[in-house]
Design a binder for this molecule. Structure first.
Ligand code: E4P
Length: 218
C-alpha cells in the first residue's frame, strides 16, 4: 500500500519524506487555506514547492465546478510538474473532465467519493485514483471501511486499474484496516502515520537492551 500524506504543510511533508516511507501528497482547498496559502500564483507556487520535496504524485484540486473551467484549471496544474495529479470533484462535469484528462494521459484523482456507484463511475471515466472519504462516513455513523471493501470487490470483478486511495484517514487503525482490505493507497495526517511506530514493548525492550549494554560495558 502506498502512503500519501494529506496536508499542505511543508514541514510535515519533509518529516514524512525524511522517514523514507512517503509515496505522495494529497491536498485540498481547505488544507491550502489552513496553511495560509491564498491567491492563484501563491497556490501554484506551493504545489511546485511540494513537488520539490517528494518524488511521487501530488494531488492538486481544481476550484471550478463546470467542465470548461475544470479543463482549463486542470491543464494549468498539470503543466506545473509531471508529478501533479488533477483532483476533480465527484460531480457530472467532474466525471466528464476525468474522461477528458485520462484520454490525454493526464493523471486524475476523483475526490469526495462516498458510495460504490460513484467509485464505479470514476473507474469508467479512467480515473488514476478514486478517493473514498472513510473518516467523513464514520463521522455520520456509517462504516467508512466497508466502502473500501465494496469498491475493492467491484474493481476486482472487472479488473479496473483505478487505484483506491483511502482518504479522510484520521488515525492509525484506519491505516491498518485499509491495508487489510487491500486499498492501493492511503492518505492521512502525519500523526496517523507516526502512530504505526508505537508499541510499549518496543520501548521497554529497547530500554532493557541499552541498560544491559551499559552494565556490561562499565
Ligand atoms: C482527501 O484527499 C482529502 O484531502 C482528505 O483526506 C479529507 O480528510 P478530512 O475528512 O479529514 O478533511
Amino acid at each position: 500500500m502506498k502512503f500519501f500524506i494529506d496536508t499542505a504543510n511543508l514541514d510535515q511533508i519533509k518529516e514524512a519524506q525524511n522517514m523514507g516511507i512517503l509515496d505522495g501528497v494529497t491536498t485540498n482547498p481547505s488544507l491550502m487555506a489552513k496553511e495560509g496559502i491564498t491567491g492563484h500564483d501563491n497556490i501554484l507556487k506551493h504545489y511546485v514547492d511540494i513537488c520539490k520535496i517528494v518524488e511521487g504524485d501530488v494531488s492538486a484540486e481544481v476550484i471550478a465546478t463546470d467542465f470548461e473551467g475544470m479543463v482549463k484549471e486542470g491543464e494549468a496544474l498539470a503543466e506545473l510538474n509531471d508529478q501533479i495529479v488533477v483532483k476533480l470533484p465527484m460531480i457530472k462535469d467532474g466525471i466528464k473532465a476525468c474522461k477528458y484528462f485520462s484520454d490525454r494521459g493526464i493523471k486524475t484523482n476523483v475526490t469526495l467519493v462516498f458510495s460504490p456507484g460513484q467509485a464505479l463511475l470514476a473507474a469508467k471515466a479512467g480515473a488514476t485514483y478514486v478517493s473514498p472519504f472513510i473518516g467523513r462516513l464514520d463521522d455520520i455513523s456509517t462504516d467508512g471501511l466497508n466502502l473500501i471493501a465494496e469498491i475493492r470487490h467491484i474493481y476486482d470483478n472487472y479488473g479496473f486499474q483505478t487505484e483506491i486511495l483511502a482518504a479522510s484517514v484520521r488515525h492509525t487503525m484506519h491505516i491498518i484496516d485499509c491495508a487489510k482490505l487491500g486499498a492501493d493507497v492511503m492518505t492521512g495526517p502525519l500523526s496517523a502515520i507516526e502512530g504505526l511506530l508505537k508499541h510499549p514493548l518496543t520501548d521497554i525492550g529497547l530500554a532493557k537492551f541499552l541498560e544491559d549494554h551499559k552494565k556490561a560495558n562499565q
